[in-house]
Design a protein around this ligand. Structure first.
Ligand code: PGA
Length: 256
């Protein structure tokens, strides 16, 4: 399993800004073929990602999708539209979409179905709203995960994103906590069958250069999902270049 490092720019980067961003970013991270890199832009900038990222090995995608393929859904964007723009990833279930658009575990699963029908990989965000003991968090996450059982594990990435660690002013999740939760998620996925053991589990929430190495060194952390820090291409590049020097981590990855 290649280490995944990706970003969602959230509601940032007009198409003009995205062009400048990607022109700066691509040369900085094009020396990392052993990493799976991706950039998720607003709908209006995805065509720029196709223009700038095609042939680079860096994936691109969207931050949401409608569960239906077409029809009377004013303002929405469907999976075939995203696939047509070369998207390979679509994020769903982010805490901000749950908050701003009432996204639920049910609607997330419907969206995952659409994404996978069109051959793309769903990045499903899960996570607790408030800090709580690990058994409480484990139960909450299990409820979010169990609905995914009917989806295709071969086109799925789980992003653990505790709401309390996302965004400006949030707490920084201790790396050991992240490792503990990822291990719980991995255990929970393993009960669904062998194919589920290969589902990458990445971490998102205030990831920064100073925390990336510790996070990537944790058991079960297969990658990082970066928010605001990645809006500076140099900082995203720094995070993308984070070494995973811990021999135990290297060995585990080699066996994965
Ligand atoms: P942040 O966002 O890095 O700005 O906290 C993370 C996320 O929402 O994935």
């Amino acid at each position: 399993m290649r280490v995944m490092i990706g970003t969602s720019s959230k509601m940032n980067l007009t198409s003009t800004e995205a062009a400048a961003y990607l022109d700066a970013l691509v040369p900085l991270i094009s020396d990392l073929p052993d990493r799976q890199l991706f950039v998720l832009l607003p709908f209006t900038s995805i065509w720029v990602a196709r223009d700038r990222l095609a042939g680079t090995g860096i994936g691109w995608g969207a931050q949401d999708v409608h569960p239906e393929d077409a029809g009377a859904h004013t303002g929405d964007v469907s999976a075939p539209m995203l696939a047509d723009l070369g998207c390979t990833y679509v994020e769903v279930g982010h805490r901000e979409r749950r908050r701003d658009h009432g996204e639920t575990n049910e609607s997330v699963v419907a969206k995952v179905g659409a994404i996978q029908r069109w051959g793309m990989t769903a990045i499903v965000c899960i996570g607790e709203v408030q800090r709580a003991p690990s058994d409480v968090v484990g139960e909450e996450l299990d409820r979010q995960i169990e609905r995914l059982a009917a989806t295709d594990p071969g086109h799925l990435v789980i992003a653990y994103e505790p709401a309390w660690a996302i965004g400006v002013g949030a707490e920084t999740a201790p790396a050991a906590w992240v490792g503990q939760v990822h291990t719980m998620i991995r255990t929970s996925l393993a009960t669904a069958g062998p194919a589920w053991q290969a589902v990458p589990i990445i971490y998102g929430g205030s990831v920064a250069p100073a925390t990336a190495r510790d996070l990537l060194g944790q058991p079960g952390v297969d990658g990082l999902f970066v928010g605001r820090q990645a809006l500076d291409p140099r900082v995203f590049s720094e995070i993308a270049h984070t070494p995973t020097t811990d021999p135990a981590v290297r060995q585990r990855r080699a066996g994965a």
